[in-house]
Design a protein around this ligand. Structure first.
Ligand code: HEC
Length: 176
């Protein structure tokens, strides 16, 4: 049985892919739109709220309750977005810093130990000095999760024996 008709049909389909969609008639955002007497990109009407803005705003102003799940999420996001500069322990010696990025203040510095959670959330949202904003990459709930994880990192070096729950403490003290 000849496969020729099938091959011809497939070749026809491939040829269809060659239609270059770039050259179809369309406007560029900033080109002039005679109909509107301005550019094609229109200014939204006053008081327009972009889709998802309200949800994002709500997540930004509601700090989620601390949980093991939140910390695990924060740890994972911190590893992806922050540790390349801040280092896995938050000392500010990540691989990018080792290759020339200005060294950020250590999270274990007294000023950052005393800073409130909102400061960390705001730095992620707006950037800080040489650090750019992560608002586009890290959604609000993840910013809170990362903040919680940074708090855990800080606590890991500044905890006293009194911070250990009694049953765990007994176990610690009985270990050699
Ligand atoms: C590309 C490198 C880089 C990455 C990635 C990065 N930072 Fe930074 N960060 C910096 C630098 C550099 C500074 C110091 C900026 C300055 O003082 O000009 C800084 C400063 C900070 C500070 C200290 C602000 C203060 O009050 O001194 C915090 C908190 C912080 N970053 C949190 C984060 C978090 C959280 C992430 C991940 C979401 C992150 N950074 C990702 C480079 C980075």
């Amino acid at each position: 049985m000849s496969r020729l008709p099938l091959i011809v049909a497939l070749a026809g389909l491939l040829a269809a892919c060659d239609q270059n969609m770039d050259v179809q008639p369309r406007y560029s955002e900033y080109s002039r739109a005679p109909l509107f007497r301005g550019s094609v990109l229109r200014r939204p009407p006053a008081n327009t709220v972009a889709r998802d803005d309200l949800e994002r705003e709500k997540a930004a102003s509601t700090k989620p309750a601390l949980s093991a799940e939140l910390l695990a999420r924060g740890r994972a996001r911190f590893g992806i977005f922050c540790s390349p500069c801040h280092g896995a322990g938050g000392d500010g010696n990540g691989v990018i810093v080792q290759r020339g990025m200005p060294r950020p203040t250590s999270y274990h510095d007294d000023r950052l130990l005393a800073a409130d959670d909102q400061h960390f959330f705001d730095v992620i949202t707006n950037g800080y000095g040489a650090m750019y904003s992560y608002a586009a990459r890290v959604p609000p709930r993840d910013r809170w999760a990362i903040t919680a994880y940074i708090r855990a990192l800080q606590l890991s070096r500044h905890a006293s024996l009194d911070d250990v729950p009694p049953d765990e403490r007994a176990r610690l003290e009985s270990s050699p």
